[in-house]
Design a protein around this ligand. Sequence first.
Ligand SMILES: NC(=O)c1ccc[n+]([C@@H]2O[C@H](COP(=O)([O-])OP(=O)(O)OC[C@H]3O[C@@H](n4cnc5c(N)ncnc54)[C@H](O)[C@@H]3O)[C@@H](O)[C@H]2O)c1
Length: 387
Amino acid sequence: MPHRAPGSPGHRGGKYLTGKAISYYRPRGSAEVRQLIDGGFQAFNAGRLSEACHIFADKMLAPEHDTTIGLTVAGALTPAGLGGCVIEMMERGLVDFVISTGANLYHDLHYALNFTLHRGSPFLDDVELYEQGIIRIYDVLFPATVLLETDAYIRDFLVRSKLAGPIATSELHYRLGLDLLERQPGCEAYSVVASAARAGVPIYTSSPGDSSIGMNIAYHELMNGSTLMIDPNRDVNEVCAIILAGKKNGCVILGGGSPKNFYLQGQPTLWEVYSIPKGGNDYFIQITTDSVVWGGLSGATPAEAVSWGKVNPGVLPDTVVAYCDSTIAFPLFCEYAVGSENGRRPRKELVHKRDAMVADLLRQAKEAQTSPREPIESEPAEIDRHR
Ligand SMILES: NC(=O)c1ccc[n+]([C@@H]2O[C@H](COP(=O)([O-])OP(=O)(O)OC[C@H]3O[C@@H](n4cnc5c(N)ncnc54)[C@H](O)[C@@H]3O)[C@@H](O)[C@H]2O)c1
């Protein structure tokens, strides 16, 4: 087949791009969905999802617990239109920080820049799609020009922003969000990155080189001689400092992948590396299709996380894994949370507190150096292997 650049002019997508535009669905707290989850979701994974909704709405969001909540996002969720759920949760203060694959943030930019992704079918001829210059993410279709124009926006932003030297991904995404808000007024309703900047929610990426955002940062260094580089150490310390500052800590893990561990490793970083015993996560909710039997971290249960000091052994009843496709379960979960009594909290706006929290981490770590380490308990806690 002769080489052609995907999305090169002359390729229009024809019949493939006639499906409805994918939009960001915003949960509104539907009473019917709450009734279904409370009354109809009784056993198996429906039961687990119902349990997850209750742990989140009744405990994690309870004002007296003041839980610092991290959301981790893996799997192609923004292409599927789930960014609206994330936006609603951030705006309402129901999520305090986010750890996402770079891909979800990159594809979120298409919505911010007003490009259209279309509903389609997973059963198409991919050679023909290639010839037509169409990209397929399972049943989501869009012209390859969307990639090229989104990449051009990122590169222009990098030049315009004059960002230089080592920075955290939270800073990169915050600045990107501010740029979107300025150049695309109103886009906060259609973009997780823009909405997070407005709501003060820091967004981290656990593997910054592994997305088209990272690819364009690499271009900026090679072609423009930029000194900008993502410093994962800052991300590790910021996430750790956010967890340390939390009165209680809890997470909602969508999928698995590296965002899951990047969140969970915060507790071991505290006790194992900085000698600050925080006691482990207080709440753990995971919605995933990953199974435990392969031994990978994506499918690892909260019970296994206890052995690492990632989850507090005393709180296993407040942990749950619902084995579901998150494109189905997460919108239901969000409807439940938004419609609950605790469906709005004051936002923590952690993006503006990062330096102060890292300074506190440093202070406590230095103090810990001068005091002897607590001995590790030899008797493991009794744990329920089903969790
Ligand atoms: N152009 C880009 O920027 C681009 C595009 C695609 C992927 N990527 C990169 O590739 C990596 C992997 O991507 P990924 O997160 O899409 O895929 P993945 O398949 O690695 O999924 C990550 C995790 O989420 C789970 N998961 C996926 N879909 C799910 C669903 N619907 N419901 C429940 N769980 C689900 C998986 O089982 C896995 O644990 C990422 O690091 C990403 O940044 C980059």
